[in-house]
Design a protein around this ligand. Structure first.
Ligand code: UD1
Ligand code: UDP
Length: 395
């Protein structure tokens, strides 16, 4: 069986590590993977670092699309991906998450009848102002095999008309579809399984402690700190929202150190969307460590040692949960609703008052119960088994 995997943005490169690792360990003689990097992320610390560190095979193709408006960036990707699919003639295209690289892969593949496997299917924010919401809806509805990481994801697919068995999910993972026909784009098959990022977090957690010295380098060893990341366009592109978030960071830094690896989008927009006084406070505050994006192993080490994690990232809010840390989610809603429902994270939006209240709440009541809602760390093997089974049934 031959698959073409599309990656492009940082989290997709990390997710792909789990699938490539499972292919290498269990299915090297059965699955050939062709990796296509769209070039959506291209700085070394947003892309190359993950190949170096996570043992991901080098991409077979790099489209080098770079940054551009949504339309231009996606169009360039579609053109490049279509050429590769026609040349490679894969049995499946594998798409992760909800970025423009995901959308481009879905549109290119669906039009030339390459079956799509969507990993992280069914997640919804119910906010179509988010570019990611459009990307995930389109991708899900063009897919043949859909792997949903959570119960909420499965319920969303059911609501949108996907054929889901009653009472599912009753097990950790399994087929959720009520139909047994051979899956196609018109008759897709849905599986409930764990989250592929959980596979990675478990796999790399111990390695992170051995192989990185970021905790020592930042001199936060044994000291409480808040780990923060901010990159959503709704936060970075609106001066009043970015100001509210950074004002709250200044406030929290009076009580606790803050470590903030800056996404390049945020690094650029800080300079235009915050007034000079706030910029001076942020850059001059000894308790705020603004650092360039870190590697995945460094990020895991930072997450494991943090007192609390404050983020608008999808991946980072889950990793907070994986490592049993309270989370402040700098968004009005989340696709990962279970984290909030269990009381382990609070949605504060970009609201200074709510952020401060959430910090106080978790400082006084650190959460202790983190039920296993993201599987058992073996989602990638399960997905590959299902792909192979479906491939066998059609050949
Ligand atoms: C993208 C995804 C988002 C995901 C995030 C992960 C879309 C619509 N958005 O957002 O869902 O959460 O990746 O990080 O696909 N830039 C650089 N160097 C880089 C990459 C980006 O400087 O290597 C800067 C450029 O100024 C660029 C901006 O960051 O314009 C935004 O990059 P882009 O890939 O368009 O969106 P992200 O905000 O990264
Ligand atoms: N991450 C990283 N270095 C950083 C910030 C994040 O390795 O400096 C990792 C993080 O651990 C997670 C993933 O990148 O696995 C999340 O990516 P991001 O926040 O860019 O996007 P999202 O998950 O919101 O799509």
């Amino acid at each position: 069986m031959k698959i073409v995997t599309i990656i492009g943005a940082r989290p997709q490169i990390i997710k792909a590590a789990a699938l490539s690792r499972a292919i290498k360990c269990h299915y090297a003689n059965k699955i050939k993977e062709v990796i296509v990097h769209t070039g959506q992320h291209y700085d070394d610390n947003m892309s190359q670092v993950f190949f170096d560190e996570l043992d991901i095979p080098r991409p077979d193709y790099n489209l080098h699309v770079g940054s551009a408006s949504h339309g231009v960036q996606t169009a360039r990707m579609i053109e490049g991906i279509e050429d590769i699919l026609l040349k490679e003639q894969p049995d499946y295209i594998v798409l992760y998450g909800d970025t423009n690289s995901t959308l481009a892969g879905a549109v290119a593949a669906a039009k030339i009848h390459v079956p799509i496997v969507h990993i992280e299917a069914g997640l919804r924010s119910f906010n179509k102002a988010m570019p990611e919401e459009i990307n995930r809806i389109v991708c899900d509805h063009c897919s043949t095999l859909l792997f949903t990481p959570t119960k909420a994801g499965l319920e969303n697919l059911k609501r949108e008309g996907f054929p889901i068995k009653e009472g599912c999910p009753s097990t950790l993972r399994g087929t959720a579809s009520s139909t047994t026909d051979i899956p196609t784009i018109d008759n897709p098959k849905v599986y409930h399984c764990g989250d592929i990022m959980y596979d990675n977090s478990l796999h790399f957690a111990e390695v992170a402690e051995e192989k990185t010295d970021i905790i020592e380098r930042l001199e936060v060893n044994g000291q409480p700190y808040i780990l923060a990341t901010i990159h959503r366009d709704t936060n970075t592109d609106h001066p009043e929202r970015l100001t509210a978030i950074f004002s709250s960071i200044i406030k929290l830094s009076e009580e606790c150190q803050v470590v903030l690896p800056l996404h390049p989008r945020t690094a650029k927009l800080l300079k235009t969307n915050l007034d000079e006084h706030l910029q001076k406070q942020i850059f001059g505050c000894p308790n705020i460590k603004l650092i360039p994006p870190v590697s995945f192993l460094e990020m895991i080490a930072l997450e494991r040692h943090a007192q609390l994690i404050m983020t608008d990232s999808g991946g980072v809010q889950k990793e907070a949960y994986f490592f049993k840390k309270p989370g402040i989610i700098l968004r009005p809603e989340t696709e990962w609703v279970e984290i909030v429902e269990t009381g382990n994270a609070i949605l504060t939006d970009a609201d200074e008052e709510r952020i401060t209240q959430a910090w106080k709440h978790f400082k006084d009541n650190p959460p202790t119960l983190f039920p296993e809602i993201f599987g058992d760390g073996h989602a990638a093997e399960f997905m590959l088994e299902q792909m192979l089974d479906n491939f066998a049934s059609t050949h």
